[in-house]
Write a protein that binds this ligand. Structure first.
Ligand code: NAD
Length: 303
């Protein structure tokens, strides 16, 4: 039987770690990390995501600020909200909940977020920094997947990882992180031929496709680690149910370790958003401190 990588338990652990550091930051510097979430429109799934983010922020001692805008909000109004949050020194992280209503330009609004506050890690500068191996805020879902993988593998070096999917929010940053961890990385997608054969060579499979139970047992090498990012609503016997991109029942006996859906990558994503907010707050504190030193250097003390 495969080892279950329990996202609920692990995310709770991450949140406790974040909460401890948040308390330290408050005690030592009087700073409460703050996360601003901007929600445009009334998409029910987005509302649930935002509610969960706000709840987890509270658990971690992070201040959350919600901006709810009407579905017909125009670009200028949204830009003005982001601009105000960019300038507010008491806001450390900004998240614009996607997808946005059709009249709004997602790429433009992502690029308008101050990269220092880009806790989703979607800004072109964050993407470039990750690709070139520089410190950056990393997209939350792949960051959560890496923490899960580290539970199973002390060293990922030399492992062959196959990432299924090449989206900007999961597949591409996941591949970049695995590469940074010295894996040999293959990214497969909707145009790839012989996906099954490529997956069968993998020590690690990360599925981020959005196709219910696409990955079957005969895609998986015995003893591989399987991370299932997919969240798909399906109907079974007239009842709505969430399943992943991996056919859990058939893959679980073959894999060495596997994440469940629900209760796997999902909770890790939110915990990593809190981790990123803390990272952003710390980095902004350090940047303010270094600017203070530049503009107001202390005379060198005589020793
Ligand atoms: P997306 O639609 O942006 O990208 C899907 C990718 O899968 C594309 O690159 C496409 O080329 C590839 N693909 C599509 N059909 C394929 C096939 N038959 N074979 C191989 N590749 C195929 O999706 P996304 O935003 O990356 O999300 C993927 C899944 O992960 C969805 O189910 C989404 O709900 C879920 N998701 C979960 C979390 C989480 O926190 N757990 C976060 C983000 C996304």
């Amino acid at each position: 039987m495969a080892r279950l990588i329990d996202g609920k338990q692990l995310s709770a652990q991450v949140l406790v770690e974040v909460a401890t550091e948040v308390q330290q930051l408050k005690a030592e510097h009087g700073i409460t990390p703050a996360l601003a979430v901007v929600l445009v429109g009334d998409d029910p799934a987005s509302q649930v995501y935002v509610r969960n983010k706000v709840l987890r922020a509270e658990e971690a001692g992070i201040r959350s600020i919600e901006h709810r805008l009407e579905a017909d909000t125009d670009q200028q109004t949204l830009n003005a909200v982001v601009d105000q949050l960019n300038k507010d020194p008491e806001v450390h992280g900004i998240l614009v909940q996607l997808p946005l209503p059709k009249q709004l330009d997602e790429a433009q609004i992502i690029a308008a977020i101050n990269p220092a506050k880009d806790v989703d890690g979607f800004h072109p500068l964050s993407v470039g920094a990750l690709a070139s191996g520089q410190p950056s805020l990393v997209p939350c879902t792949p960051l959560g997947c890496m923490i899960m993988l580290q539970q199973i593998h002390n060293d990922l070096s030399g492992k062959h990882a196959v990432v299924i999917g090449r989206s900007n929010i999961v597949g591409k940053p996941m591949a970049a992180l695995l590469l940074q961890a010295n894996c040999t990385v293959t990214t497969v997608h909707s145009h790839t031929q012989n996906i099954e054969a490529l997956c069968r060579q993998a020590d690690i499979v990360v599925a981020a496709v959005g196709r219910p139970e696409l990955v079957k047992a005969d895609w998986i090498k015995t003893g591989a680690t399987v991370i299932d990012v997919g969240i798909n609503a399906v109907e079974v016997d007239g009842r709505r149910k969430l399943v992943g991109d991996v056919d859990f029942a058939s893959v679980e006996p073959v894999a060495e370790a596997i994440t469940p859906v629900p209760g796997g990558v999902g909770p890790m994503t939110i915990a990593c958003l809190m981790k990123n907010t803390l990272t952003a707050a710390r980095a902004q504190l350090a940047s303010v401190a270094s600017k203070d030193i530049e503009s107001n250097p202390e005379p060198t003390a005589a020793v």
